[in-house]
Write a protein that binds this ligand. Structure first.
Ligand SMILES: Nc1ncnc2c1ncn2[C@@H]1O[C@H](COP(=O)(O)OP(=O)(O)O)[C@@H](O)[C@H]1O
Ligand SMILES: [Mg+2]
Length: 312
């Protein structure tokens, strides 16, 4: 039998930077939203940063649409949808401390070529901006946000994004860009302050992809803080019942018994695959997976997100 749904471990509460990634459509944004609400309920000031997303977070949180400027969306929760061009411009202005200077430089073909030539500059514009928000302070010197949650691109692109700071450190001459990349990289590598959250589904393909992604992150030296298996079916059958159902002889085709048996068999097969996926994840990943249930009512509504936040 599957272990009963248990609440997620509360290891994200002390983090300053949380990066959420995983295969497309597995529930990354849903997890970001639930995590943001859970941390905010503990009194943390949370910023959720999205990467050039077709933005659905506002629907999940019941807020006004979220654009490319940071806006408050809930008590203690802020959000921003980062656009690479705009993030790069903001960053340029920050570095140069002057909009006019930025414009002058950006009209300069040499600078444009340089920025295009640095591999991953678009990714850095967003990853670097998300990191930079962790450094922002209020007038009293305290951090503006206790934690920044980055709703990162799906697996391959997420990994490409995470490789960029190291590329900058290796190829860019000393200067502000490289210093920021070094500071960001040091933060990301520190498991006490940063966590990468891998979101997956209890199915074969996402499980395989998650195990591969975990290996790639380990090779990069980045800490996995949590693995969330999303949309888990509550188990109805025991292992013995599943085996009996899957091995049972068919009723006469078209009979009521046949339809019921087919439905029960489908369910038993899904539960078995789910159990196998979770077994693989438990064996092959450095942190034990935690689970979120499959929601039947509109899973992208504020009610649903609040329900998930209670399990975080
Ligand atoms: N636990 C869940 N139960 C049911 N549906 C879910 C659950 N988590 C996410 N979904 C739905 O799955 C779809 C993909 O989720 P989303 O968070 O947008 O994924 P991603 O950000 O990884 O692309 C959305 O329609 C979302 O509402
Ligand atoms: Mg998303």
């Amino acid at each position: 039998m599957l272990s009963p749904l248990r609440p997620l471990m509360s290891t994200l509460a002390d983090k300053r930077f949380v990066l959420v990634t995983g295969k497309g459509g597995v529930g990354k944004t849903t997890v970001c939203a639930a995590e943001a609400l859970a941390l905010a309920a503990q009194g943390k000031r949370v910023l959720v940063a999205m990467c050039n997303a077709k933005e659905r977070l506002s629907a999940m949180l019941g807020s006004a649409p979220i654009g490319s400027s940071v806006t408050a969306v809930e008590t203690n929760v802020w959000a921003v949808n980062m656009l690479p061009e705009k993030a790069l411009e903001e960053y340029g202005i920050l570095v140069l401390r002057s909009r006019a200077l930025y414009r002058t430089l950006f009209d300069n073909a040499y600078v444009r070529t340089f920025l295009r030539a640095v591999p991953g500059m678009q990714e850095w514009a967003m990853l670097g901006k998300a990191w930079w928000h962790t450094t922002e302070r209020l007038a009293d010197g305290s951090f503006k946000y206790d934690v920044v949650i980055l709703d990162a691109p799906a697996t391959g692109h997420g990994l490409d994004m995470l490789r960029v700071p190291k590329v900058i450190i290796d190829v860019v001459p000393p200067g502000l860009l490289r210093r920021d990349a070094e500071r960001a990289w040091a933060l990301f590598q520190d498991g006490k302050t940063s966590a990468i959250v891998l979101v997956t589904l209890p199915e074969e393909m996402p499980t395989t992809e998650t195990i591969e992604l975990a290996g790639a992150l380990r090779d990069l030296g980045l800490p996995i803080g949590r693995v969330v298996v999303n949309a888990v079916l509550p188990p109805l059958f025991s292992r013995e019942e599943r085996a009996a159902l899957e091995g049972a002889p068919a009723f006469e085709v078209g009979s009521a018994g046949d339809a019921a048996l087919a439905a029960a068999r489908d369910r038993a097969a899904r539960e078995r695959l789910q159990g196998e996926s979770m077994g693989r994840l438990s064996r092959e990943l450095p942190v034990p997976p935690s689970f979120l249930p499959l929601l039947l009512d509109d899973p992208a509504s504020p009610d649903a997100i609040r329900q998930l936040a209670k399990r975080v």
